[in-house]
Design a protein around this ligand. Structure first.
Ligand code: PAF
Length: 287
């Protein structure tokens, strides 16, 4: 493949024109939506899009509507030049960096897209409005990019499940492509927020993966009691001095229906924990 020079597009209408031309040229379009500060997990999505699609668009937009008033929108890590270099190294065609006004021309007086029940459980319970912000911005990005495929990581498992439901409910022609969660060598799930962990908190954060693995081992040894499996993970995490567990739950991997008592043979454990003030999520299939 010849070397591609990634083009930066900041204007929403220009992205639409680019996408229209790509479809006119019979190219499939792959979209990788991100909030920037790209890490190896994002790059695995971009590489998968590059393999599968004729044209690859990466969006880099810290979406204000998915942050609560007390959350870290203002301090969310940003580095546009580093993002560009990484996107270029993965040979994406376009890096789309819109302004807030481009995606929300009417400010908060916006049209919202909301997936009801799925958006209010797990992370949605402690972050009201978060998933409404995600589904709204992803809808806008899908429409602007006219994507045939959109790539999302399983690290944000609830987000992925909600977006699959959203495209199904809306009859949206884009196929959602799930990609495996990527971990550091020591098991910490990759996240842009990891840079905000102090060395001490980072060490404590490894308990999330350890807890999940212990619960999975117990499940694989035959335990099917939700309380015992959750207790196993909880015991590993709760002893960390700076860990504040928001939830540890076991759910159906397709519907996210929670298992409160007996766990069937196919299940996923999901958790959210604040470690040293940094909110981390992780998950693991138990089967
Ligand atoms: O997963 C993320 O980075 C964001 O939630 C997304 C999908 C880019 C929407 O802002």
């Amino acid at each position: 493949m010849s070397d591609i020079k990634t083009r930066i597009i900041r204007d929403a209408k220009e992205l639409s024109r680019f996408a229209k031309q790509a479809h006119y040229d019979h190219k499939t379009i792959g979209l990788v939506p991100t909030m920037g500060y790209l890490h190896e997990g994002h790059l695995s999505l971009i590489r998968a899009a590059r393999e599968k699609c004729g044209v690859v668009i990466v969006s880099d937009f810290v979406n204000p509507t998915q942050f609560g008033p007390k959350e870290d929108y203002a301090t969310y890590p940003r580095d546009e030049q580093a993002d560009y270099d990484k996107v270029q190294s993965c040979q994406a065609d376009v890096l789309f960096i819109p302004g807030v006004d481009d995606l929300y021309p009417n400010g908060q007086d916006s049209t919202w897209v909301e997936v009801n029940r799925l958006g209010s459980i797990l992370c949605g319970a402690s972050r009201p409005g978060h998933f409404r912000g995600v589904t709204t911005v992803v809808t806008k990005l899908l429409l602007l990019s006219q994507a045939d495929y959109a790539f999302f990581g399983e690290k944000d498992y609830q987000q992925l499940t909600i977006l699959r439901r959203m495209v199904q409910d809306l009859g949206c022609p884009t196929e959602i492509v799930p990609m495996p969660l990527v971990r550091e060598h020591d098991g910490l799930a990759l996240s842009s927020r990891n840079v905000r962990l102090s060395p001490e908190a980072r060490l404590q954060a490894l308990s999330l993966n350890r807890g999940l693995k212990k619960a999975r081992a117990m499940f694989q040894a035959g335990c099917r009691k939700a309380d015992d499996l959750i207790g196993e993970a909880q015991a590993e995490i709760a002893i960390q001095p700076d860990a504040e567990i928001q939830y540890i739950s076991i759910a159906d991997p397709d519907t996210l229906d929670l298992f409160l008592d007996k766990v069937p043979d196919r299940a996923i454990m999901l958790l959210a924990v604040k470690v040293g003030g940094v909110r981390l999520i992780d998950n693991m299939h138990l089967d």
